[in-house]
Design a protein around this ligand. Structure first.
Ligand code: SF4
Length: 226
């Protein structure tokens, strides 16, 4: 590891995210955004796909979501499956057995609603077993165009290294970003920082020496880099 120069430019979120957007261009999109591009973008589909992705790499979870939706594309169809059938479709997603039960319960609830669609209601999404703020906000952001911020471990790590927030957990980072992040970036920040965190500002030894933000990033907490 070579010593890197300190930042010479002030950190500006507009500049940072524009540079991140260019840097992640060659990499695959985050799973939920890739699904939306494939037209799987209803609130129900986005919520279920996010549940399948929990603690599971995008490379694994994306094909599993596609497999489930090929068999059953909406709540009524998923509710018509047994939890065991859902389990067989979403394995080997982490905790697939428990997720299958939870997805079946959500599908049955949604299928019984008027119109059989999950409404754009973050509180209702968060009330389901197995759904936390990360998935509810992502589904609200992508499926409902709501200015919801979804913070996973990549978003949390990167914005804290930037010093844009100073927070000890993804939940605290989400609350801090809700106060500071301009509305126009609230959905985009997840789409940008998930691939950026996976491929450039990685958990161990981030690629600082070739990072396009090197001149403006204070690299808070980075002790080893490439
Ligand atoms: S890779 Fe290094 S320079 Fe780039 S954003 Fe992450 S910590 Fe900052």
């Amino acid at each position: 590891m070579t010593d890197l120069p300190p930042p010479t430019e002030p950190f500006q979120i507009d500049v940072a995210l524009a540079r991140v957007a260019a840097a992640v261009e060659p990499y695959p999109k985050a799973a939920m955004f890739a699904l939306a591009e494939l037209d799987y973008r209803t609130p129900f589909q986005q919520l279920v796909a996010c549940m399948i992705s929990i603690r599971t790499r995008d490379e694994e979870s994306l094909p599993l979501s596609l497999r489930l939706f090929a068999a059953a594309a909406d709540a009524a169809a998923v509710a018509a499956l047994t939890p065991a059938q859902i389990d067989a479709l979403i394995a080997p997603s982490t905790f697939h057995e428990r997720k299958a039960q939870q997805i079946h319960a959500i599908a049955a609830h949604v299928a019984a609603l008027p119109g059989g669609e999950l409404p754009c209601d973050g509180d209702q999404m968060r009330s389901f077993s197995g759904v936390g703020p990360k998935c509810a906000n992502l589904a609200m952001g992508i499926a409902c165009d709501a200015p919801s911020i979804s913070v996973d471990i990549h978003v949390h790590r990167v914005v804290n290294r930037w010093g844009y927030v100073s927070a000890g957990s993804p939940e605290q980072t989400m609350l801090a970003l809700e106060k500071t992040l301009p509305a126009r970036y609230r959905v985009a920040i997840n789409a940008l920082l998930v691939p950026f965190g996976k491929h450039i500002c990685t958990g161990t030894a981030p690629r600082c020496s070739t990072c396009p933000l090197l001149d403006m990033c204070p690299r808070i907490g980075v002790t080893r880099h490439r």
